[in-house]
Design a protein around this ligand. Structure first.
Ligand code: ATP
Length: 213
C-alpha cells in the first residue's frame, strides 16, 4: 500500500525497487462445495483493500475433514469455481492441490508455491470461523513465517487469535456452503446466494440432492 512506500528511505533506491517488484498475491483455500457470494465478496474486498495483484481461489482435492463435510467430486467444485471467477480480472484459480490429489497440508502447498514464485508475497485469506482452528493447522508456526494471514469476519465468530492476522473489514455475509447444500436438498431457491451460472450448474448436474455428495 501507499504507506508502505513512505517508510522507505529515499536513499534506499535499490531496496525500493526490489520492494516494488514483488508481487502481492492472495490465496483463498477452501472446499467450495459450492462457491458462493460470500467467498466472492470477501476476496474482492481483501484484494482491493490490500492492493493485491491477484486472488487465487484454491480448491482442495479432498476436504481436510471428509467425514464432517459432505463433498462432491473435485471436478464439479473446480467447474463451479471457474464459473464463479469468470469475468473478474482480479480473480483466478490455483489448481495445484487438485493436480496433486489427496489431502494437502497448506504448509506443503505454500512451500511449493513460494519456491516456484520467489518474487511473490502470499496473503492467505481465511474467514473468521477458521481462526480458532489455526493452532491445529499442520506446522502452523512455519506457515505464519511463510504467508501473511488475512482474516475476514464471519457472523458468529470473534477476532481473537494468537497468530498475527491482518483483519480486513468487509460486509458480514451470513452465507455458507453447508446452508446452500441444505437448501438445494430441500428444494429451496439458492438464487442470489451463488452466481447465476453456478445455480444453473448445480441444478443441471443434480448436485446436493442426496447424501452421496
Ligand atoms: P462449509 O459451510 O461447507 O464449511 P464454507 O461456506 O465455510 O463451507 P469453504 O469452502 O469451506 O466454505 O470456505 C473457504 C474459505 O472461505 C474459508 O476460509 C472460510 O472461512 C471462508 N468463508 C466462506 N464463507 C464465508 C463468509 N460468508 N464470510 C467470510 N468468510 C467466508
Amino acid at each position: 500500500g501507499q504507506t508502505d512506500y513512505m517508510i522507505i528511505e529515499e536513499t534506499e533506491v535499490e531496496t525500493q525497487i526490489a520492494f516494488q517488484d514483488r508481487k502481492r498475491i492472495g490465496i483463498m483455500g477452501g472446499t467450495f462445495s459450492p462457491p458462493h457470494l460470500g467467498h466472492l465478496i470477501v476476496a474482492q474486498q481483501v484484494g482491493e483493500q490490500l492492493g493485491l495483484d491477484k486472488i487465487y481461489f484454491m480448491p482442495d482435492a479432498e476436504p481436510p475433514h471428509v467425514d464432517e463435510k459432505e463433498s462432491i467430486p473435485a471436478k464439479h467444485r473446480e467447474s463451479m469455481v471457474r464459473l464463479s471467477i469468470s469475468g473478474n480480472p482480479l480473480f483466478d484459480i490455483e489448481t495445484i492441490e487438485l493436480e496433486r490429489g489427496g489431502k494437502s497440508f497448506t504448509i506443503d502447498t505454500m512451500k511449493l508455491l513460494t519456491s516456484m514464485h520467489p518474487d511473490t508475497d502470499y496473503y492467505f485469506i481465511i474467514g473468521g470461523d477458521m481462526v480458532e482452528y489455526l493452532p491445529k493447522w499442520e506446522r502452523i508456526d512455519e506457515l505464519v513465517q511463510l504467508v501473511q494471514f488475512v482474516g475476514v469476519a464471519r457472523p458468529g465468530y470473534g477476532r481473537e487469535s494468537i497468530y498475527p492476522i491482518i483483519w480486513v473489514d468487509a460486509p458480514l455475509i451470513d452465507i455458507s456452503s453447508t446452508e446452500i447444500r441444505k437448501m438445494v436438498k430441500t428444494g429451496r431457491s439458492i438464487r442470489y446466494l451463488v452466481k447465476e451460472d453456478v445455480k444453473d450448474y448445480i441444478l443441471k448436474e443434480g448436485l446436493y440432492l442426496d447424501d452421496e455428495y
